[in-house]
Design a protein around this ligand. Structure first.
Ligand SMILES: NC(=O)c1ccc[n+]([C@@H]2O[C@H](COP(=O)([O-])OP(=O)(O)OC[C@H]3O[C@@H](n4cnc5c(N)ncnc54)[C@H](O)[C@@H]3O)[C@@H](O)[C@H]2O)c1
Length: 373
């Protein structure tokens, strides 16, 4: 039996619960909201709607966490959404306190769960949730890259008048100004994006993607998006509960993968399955794209460091730390060639996987890089 909890029964949380129920991804759904009556009301409404979709999923709601016990996946959407003119970073302190309140309950009630954080600012809240639950980093991840990728894909499709399902796109990095769209690996009808439109048009669509959430906030004036976010979350829940082992862009904990050192949450391609993030996958990023990822990681690390005040009372578990300047320099003092390192890591992973020694990956990569002329 599979059980999923959604914390926060607002726009994103309730639409996510509805999608998960409709798609019959679990037998039991639990909703929680701090405002009395909200989660119960949403559970009643969704429970009355699900039979239309042929779903027998049971759903319950409440302000406490008793009914969430033993969940396999917990989706955290509790928090304030942005108001017009606010950045995601403006939400840091207010939502940090909310995550702190939620994380302890998740840890105590569902100690084996995989946690998907949605609350903004995304990478920082994900790092905070990991620290305060004390869960292994591979069981805590954030949803952002899936949504940014969906937006980029839609803008490309609308611009080229191509059905969106025939467009592939990819965005990585942080959710916000340090988003790293990867037009180089994006395609229209299977052909490279650069063949479908001039570079200036690609740049304009990248900009619109970066601003995609704020565009909706400005128009709506009473909150942020929920239809595409809930679709993206549901895709991640499916990959986990069905153990699909698909590679999706998610905020995952990096300690050396893709040349991102220091232990930090940032958007990278990751293989998702029942255990959470099974591995971070190198999709052949260029040196410039890897540089963009490292810049995003450095910003997240800085903001996580700013959260120290909020973290008072945390369990001191492993958490994203600021990247040091030294991390960008190879042992011999020469600048790191991240593109080369990425290729070395891919080759090493294949060899080590065959002999069941993937736990030696970082050691082997670092040794190989140190020996290169
Ligand atoms: N990562 C993403 O891509 C992405 C996309 C959309 C929204 N978001 C974020 O998701 C969050 C929710 O957005 P929304 O549109 O659903 O907002 P919303 O205001 O509609 O819903 C948030 C809900 O959280 C509840 N809540 C607040 N504190 C709580 C607590 N301690 N415990 C349980 N519930 C609590 C509120 O009562 C409210 O019902 C925001 O932080 C928003 O910025 C992230």
């Amino acid at each position: 039996m599979t059980k999923v909890t959604v914390v926060g029964a607002g726009m994103v949380g309730s639409s996510t619960a509805m999608r998960i129920g409709e798609q019959r991804l679990c037998e039991e759904l639990a909703l929680v909201d701090v405002v009395d009556g909200v989660a119960e009301a949403m559970a009643l409404d969704i429970g009355q709607a699900l039979p239309f979709a042929g779903s027998d999923t049971l759903i319950a709601g409440g302000t406490g966490y008793g009914h969430t016990a033993g969940s396999d996946v917990v989706v955290i959407t509790a928090g304030l959404p942005r108001k017009p003119g606010q950045s995601r970073a403006d939400l840091l302190e207010a939502n940090g306190k909310i995550i702190a309140a939620v994380a302890g309950e998740v840890r105590d009630r569902s100690p084996q769960s995989v946690v998907i954080v949605v609350t903004n600012p995304l990478d920082e809240m994900t790092a905070l949730a990991q620290r305060l639950t004390g869960f292994p980093p591979q069981r805590v991840m954030g949803m952002a890259g899936m949504l940014d990728t969906a937006r980029f894909r839609a803008f490309i499709a609308w611009h080229t008048k191509t059905p969106p399902t025939r467009v592939e796109a990819l965005t990585l990095g942080s959710h916000g100004d340090t988003m790293v769209p990867v037009p180089r690996l994006s395609t229209v009808n299977g052909r490279p994006l650069a063949e479908a439109m001039p570079a200036a048009d690609i740049d304009a669509l990248v900009e619109r993607t970066r601003d995609g959430g704020a565009e909706i906030v400005r128009l709506l004036k009473r909150g942020s998006a929920w239809w595409a976010p809930s679709a993206a979350i549901t895709e991640m829940v499916r990959a986990i509960v069905r153990d699909e082992r698909r590679v999706l862009p998610v905020s995952a904990y990096c300690r050396g993968e893709l040349g991102i050192d220091g232990g930090v949450y940032v958007g990278v391609p990751a293989r998702l399955g029942r255990g959470g993030v099974l591995e971070i996958v190198d999709v052949g990023l260029s040196a410039a794209e890897l540089d963009g990822l490292r810049a995003a990681a450095a910003e997240v690390s800085q903001r996580v460091a700013d959260l120290d005040g909020i973290l008072a009372g945390g369990n001191g578990g492993e958490v994203a730390a600021p990247l040091s300047a030294a991390a960008a320099v190879a042992p011999a003092g020469r600048p790191r060639d991240l593109a080369l390192e990425s290729k070395v890591r891919t080759a090493a992973r294949q060899v080590l996987a065959r002999s069941g020694q993937l736990d030696r990956l970082e050691e082997v990569v670092q040794r190989a890089m140190a020996q290169l002329p």
